[in-house]
Design a protein around this ligand. Structure first.
Ligand SMILES: Cc1cc2nc3c(=O)[nH]c(=O)nc-3n(C[C@H](O)[C@H](O)[C@H](O)COP(=O)(O)OP(=O)(O)OC[C@H]3O[C@@H](n4cnc5c(N)ncnc54)[C@H](O)[C@@H]3O)c2cc1C
Length: 337
């Protein structure tokens, strides 16, 4: 069975088979739809179903049942159950174009037991243009890629990253650990649709786990000393104190941000920790009865993001104002989605 899919804004029409994802069909027909991980984990390909309905072989992690009942779907996993009229959930935001670069390592140093600060420079480029929140792909010798979010704002040809070691990780526990100043890396950047929506001028609630703080740091740096900076509440979660590798630096951000409230939260703290305990999203729901007026940014563990969306929507948060980047780790195979 083949169905007709129409993109409401552009009036582009393409055909999609009943056992084919909307994204795969769109790409085959050269119709551009925002997308990223293609595994249902990041939420970038969220669309609104203006007409029609979809089916999933497995319900995706980056979509809550609430979002689905409000007419949202993930194009990379959803298959048409009839003719459709769709609309990208957030419209098309113009992003700087991605390019392949030969980057040089200028610094690589541990910032905690499991997190490494990596600094890269791209010779011959004056300004690396990206939106704070976006990420790069490192191309490994076998051609596979690993994604890491820019942890600094665009300033010249340099960019910083915060990288957590993954047990058995080919890059984070192998290549990165042997890396030295002067080494070269092939990278593609900028990538992804996670960015600060400056048009959404609500108070900001930002929630990160672990190195999910990296793109949030870049976004908040872009707001520093900005007279239009909205009030910011930042919740940062980890398991133990060593996960909060930027604690001192973040505590100083209040001087350069308007109404900055920072709440670090640990789920497996030892007796020495006198801060908040539990899961970071639980701390938010304990502190906020009503999230209906916030713009919410979530980054890090896909499980935290899923759980946070469920409980924040329960507190009145609007799906239109939740922006998220899940650090998914399964690689989509190269080639068509
Ligand atoms: C858009 C995006 C941005 C990202 N930004 C960052 C960032 O700024 N900093 C950062 O530290 N990480 C980030 N990540 C996560 C990072 O890309 C992965 O952790 C990466 O796979 C690690 O590569 P590796 O070669 O060390 O491990 P791999 O060789 O890819 O994996 C080894 C094993 O560990 C598992 N695994 C890999 N990553 C994870 C994980 N995160 N959690 C649980 N299990 C995992 C794999 O499934 C596999 O079984 C980001 C991911 C995405 C999608």
């Amino acid at each position: 069975m083949v169905y007709r899919v129409c993109v409401a804004e552009t009036e582009q029409v393409f055909e999609a088979a009943a056992d084919e994802t909307i994204l795969a069909a769109a790409l085959r027909a050269n119709v551009e739809l925002p997308h990223d991980c293609t595994l249902g984990g990041c939420g970038t390909c969220r669309i609104r179903l203006v007409e029609g309905s979809v089916a999933y072989s497995e319900f995706p992690l980056a979509l809550t049942p609430d979002e689905a009942s409000q007419g949202y779907a993930l194009a990379c996993q959803a298959m048409p159950a009839g003719n459709l009229v769709i609309s990208p959930a957030r419209g098309f935001t113009e992003m700087p174009p991605a390019a392949r670069h030969h980057a040089v390592v200028t610094a690589v140093r541990p910032v905690s037991a499991r997190v490494t600060h990596l600094a890269l420079e791209v010779p011959g480029v004056t300004l690396l243009n990206y939106r704070p929140g976006q990420y790069m792909n490192i191309i490994l010798p076998d051609g596979s890629t690993r994604s890491f979010s820019m942890a600094s704002i665009p300033r010249d040809n340099r960019v910083d990253f915060q990288i957590r070691q993954i047990d058995g990780g080919c890059f984070t526990q192998g290549i990165l650990q042997r890396m030295q100043q002067g080494d070269r890396l092939e990278v593609d950047l900028p990538l992804g649709g996670f960015h600060l929506h400056t048009e959404d001028d609500r108070p900001l609630l930002m929630v990160a786990t672990g190195t999910g703080i990296a793109p949030i740091k870049a976004m908040l740096e872009s707001l520093m000393d900005d007279p239009d900076c909205p009030p910011v509440s930042l919740y940062w979660g980890g398991r133990t104190a060593t996960d909060l590798f930027l604690l001192d630096e973040i505590q100083g951000w209040g001087e350069r941000l308007f109404e900055f409230d920072f709440v670090p939260v640990l789920s497996r703290a030892d007796a020495a920790w006198d801060g908040r305990r539990g899961h970071v999203q639980q701390a938010v729901t304990l502190d906020f009865d009503d999230l209906s007026e916030h713009a919410i940014y979530l980054c890090g563990s896909p499980a935290m993001i899923f759980d946070a969306k469920l409980s924040f929507i329960d507190r009145g948060a609007s799906v239109e104002h939740i922006y998220s980047e899940g650090f998914t780790h399964q690689r989509a195979p190269p080639g068509p989605v």
